[in-house]
Design a protein around this ligand. Structure first.
Ligand SMILES: Nc1ncnc2c1ncn2[C@@H]1O[C@H](COP(=O)(O)OP(=O)(O)OP(=O)(O)O)[C@@H](O)[C@H]1O
Ligand SMILES: [Mg+2]
Length: 485
C-alpha cells in the first residue's frame, strides 16, 4: 500500500512540528493544522487515511473533529491526544469511534507505533477491497454472483444457452435466483432488444391463465369486451418467461404443447391461427419429473420444456458464495440508503456462514438489507443487526418468535426450538453469558487490542486476561501488544 496520508491537528507548535517530522521521516504524507477551524477546513478539502488530533483545541474541540472526520469518510482512522490523567475523555473518544488515544507527554516512538498499526489495518482493508472488486468482476454474470463450482457450471451453461433459441427449464427452491437466471438468458441472447414477457402460472386460475397466455377475441367469454392480445403475442420475436410452470392445469398443458410443437396458436374464442416466434424460458420450484411420474404433468410437454435443464443449488449447498453476496448486498443497500456502513464484524460473518438460509438468496438479501438499516452508521454490521431482534437466544437472550436463528439454531438444523441446554437457569449463568458477549463486542471494537479493551471495560489487563481465559476467548496474536501474554 502507498504510504498513509496523515492530518495532524494540534495547537502546540513544538509538538505539531515534532509529529510532522517524525511521520514524514517514516514516509507518511503529512498535513498539519494549528486550530480546530483550520483542521475542519482541511478535513473538508481532502480525505486523510489518519487524523491525529488533540482533544483540547481553540475554536472547535477534538471530539467534534473526530466526528467530522468519520462523517467525511468512515475509513479515516482517528487518534486523539489527551491530557495526562483524563482517561474518561479518552474512553469517550473511543466510544465515538477513535481508533486509539495517546496521553501527553508521549514519545514519537509511541505515536509511530500506533500509526504503523493503523497502516497495517489500512493495508488489510485495501486488500479486501481489491479482492471484493476482483470477485465481483470475475464471479458476476449479469448480476448472478457465484464462485461455487456448481454455480460456475450453471453460469457457463447460461452463457452458452443464451446464444441459442432452445427452451430452458430452470429448477430450484424459492429464492435461488430462477428469475435472475431467466433475465440473464434473455439479456445475453440475440433477442435482447426485443421484449422479455413474464407471467406467473401460479397466480391465475385456469381460464384466466389461458386467456392471459393466448389472448382472447371480443365476446369469447363474459367480460371479454374487446379483443386482447396474450403474452405469446406480446413476446413475439422476444422471450417468454413462464414462472411456476408446474402449476398449470391439464387443459393449458395441452395448449402449450401445441404452441411448442407447431409454433402456432389461436386466441381464446378465435379462429385465426397466429404464428409464434417466441423463446421460452420456464421455472419451477417443483420436481417436474416427479410430477410426471405422479401423473400431474404431461410427459410429452415435460420433454419439450426440459430441452436445457438448469438446476440452481440451494444457498446452503454453496456457502462460499454467502459472504460475497452479502458484501454485494451491503454495498448496494448502503448506497441506496445513503448510509455509511463499514462491513461485517467477525461475529456477523460467523452467523452468516453457519445459518442454513431456508429462504435462500432472497432471505440473505432481506437479512442484510435489514442489518444495513438497523446498524449504527459508520460501523460494522453486528450479529444482532442481522437477526433484527435486540437479543435472541443466539445472543444469550430469550427465544424470539419469527427469528430464523432462534427457530433453526446456528449450530446446524434444529427442528425444535431452544433445547434445554440453552435455557439460562441461574442469575450467575445469565450474568456470565452477558459478560462474555459484552467483552467480545468491546474486543471487536478495539480490533483485538486487549489494552484498549481493558481501559474501556474499566478492568486491569490482568483481570481482562483472566476473564478471557475463563470464557475461552482466544487472544489476538496479530496485536503486537498482546504478544507477551
Ligand atoms: N446468485 C445470485 N447472486 C446475486 N443475487 C441473487 C443470486 N440469486 C438470487 N439473487 C437475488 O435473490 C432474490 C431472489 O431471486 P429470484 O427472484 O430470481 O429467485 P427465484 O428462484 O425466482 O425465487 P421464487 O421461486 O421465490 O420466485 C433476487 O433479488 C435476486 O436478485
Ligand atoms: Mg421467481
Amino acid at each position: 500500500m502507498k504510504s498513509p496520508t496523515v492530518l495532524i491537528i494540534d495547537d502546540e507548535p513544538l509538538m505539531r512540528l515534532s509529529m510532522e517530522d517524525a511521520l514524514r521521516a517514516v514516509g507518511c504524507d503529512v498535513r498539519a493544522a494549528a486550530t480546530g477551524p483550520e483542521g475542519l477546513a482541511m478535513l473538508e478539502q481532502a480525505v486523510s487515511d489518519i487524523v491525529v488530533t488533540d482533544l483540547r483545541l481553540p475554536g472547535i474541540d477534538g471530539l467534534t473533529l473526530l466526528q467530522a472526520a468519520k462523517q467525511r469518510s468512515s475509513r479515516t482512522e482517528v487518534v486523539v491526544i489527551t491530557a495526562h490523567g483524563s482517561v474518561e475523555t479518552a474512553v469517550g473518544a473511543m466510544k465515538a469511534g477513535a481508533y486509539d488515544y495517546i496521553t501527553k507527554p508521549f514519545s514519537m516512538d509511541e505515536l509511530l507505533l500506533i500509526v504503523e498499526r493503523i497502516g497495517k489495518v489500512l493495508a488489510l482493508r485495501q486488500e479486501n477491497l481489491l479482492l471484493r472488486e476482483e470477485l465481483e468482476g470475475k464471479f458476476n454474470f449479469e448480476g448472478i454472483l457465484g464462485k461455487n463450482e456448481r454455480m460456475r457450471e450453471v453460469l457457463d451453461k447460461v452463457k452458452l444457452v443464451a446464444m441459442t433459441d432452445s427452451t430452458v427449464l430452470i429448477a430450484g427452491e424459492s429464492g435461488t435466483g430462477k428469475e435472475l437466471v431467466a433475465n440473464a438468458i434473455h439479456r445475453s441472447s440475440p433477442r435482447r432488444d426485443q421484449a422479455l414477457i413474464k407471467i406467473s402460472c401460479a397466480a391465475l386460475p385456469e381460464t384466466l391463465l389461458e386467456a392471459e397466455l393466448f389472448g382472447h377475441e371480443k365476446g369469447a367469454f363474459t367480460g371479454a369486451l374487446k379483443q386482447r392480445r396474450g403474452r405469446f403475442e406480446l413476446a413475439h420475436k422476444g422471450t417468454l418467461f413462464l414462472d411456476e410452470i408446474g402449476e398449470i392445469s391439464p387443459v393449458v398443458q395441452v395448449k402449450l404443447l401445441r404452441v411448442l410443437q407447431e409454433r402456432q396458436f389461436e386466441r381464446v374464442g378465435g379462429n385465426e391461427t397466429i404464428d409464434s416466434d417466441v423463446r421460452l424460458v420456464c421455472a419451477t420450484q417443483k420436481d417436474l419429473k416427479k410430477e410426471v411420474q405422479q401423473g400431474r404433468f404431461r410427459e410429452d410437454l415435460y420433454y419439450r420444456l426440459n430441452v436445457v435443464p438448469i438446476q440452481l443449488p440451494p444457498l446452503r449447498a454453496r456457502r462460499e458464495d454467502v459472504l460475497m453476496i452479502a458484501e454485494h448486498v451491503l454495498q448496494s443497500r448502503a448506497a441506496r440508503m445513503s448510509k455509511a456502513v463499514k462491513g461485517f464484524s467477525q461475529g456477523s460473518r460467523e452467523v452468516l456462514l453457519r445459518y442454513s438460509f431456508p429462504g435462500n438468496v432472497r432471505e440473505l438479501e432481506n437479512m442484510v438489507e435489514r442489518a444495513v438499516a438497523l446498524c449504527r452508521p459508520s460501523e460494522d454490521i453486528q450479529a444482532w443487526d442481522l437477526c433484527g431482534m435486540p437479543s435472541c437466544s443466539y445472543l444469550g437472550g430469550p427465544q424470539q418468535e419469527g427469528c430464523g436463528f432462534c427457530s433453526e439454531g446456528l449450530t446446524g438444523k434444529r427442528a425444535v426450538p431452544a433445547s434445554r441446554s440453552d435455557v439460562v437457569d441461574s442469575l450467575a449463568a445469565a450474568r456470565e453469558q452477558f459478560e462474555k458477549q459484552y467483552i467480545l463486542s468491546i474486543l471487536e471494537r478495539a480490533e483485538g487490542s486487549r489494552t484498549m479493551s481493558a481501559k474501556i471495560l474499566g478492568l486491569s489487563r490482568k483481570a481482562l486476561w483472566e476473564k478471557c481465559k475463563r470464557y475461552g476467548i482466544p487472544s489476538n496474536r496479530s496485536s503486537s501488544e498482546d504478544e507477551d501474554e
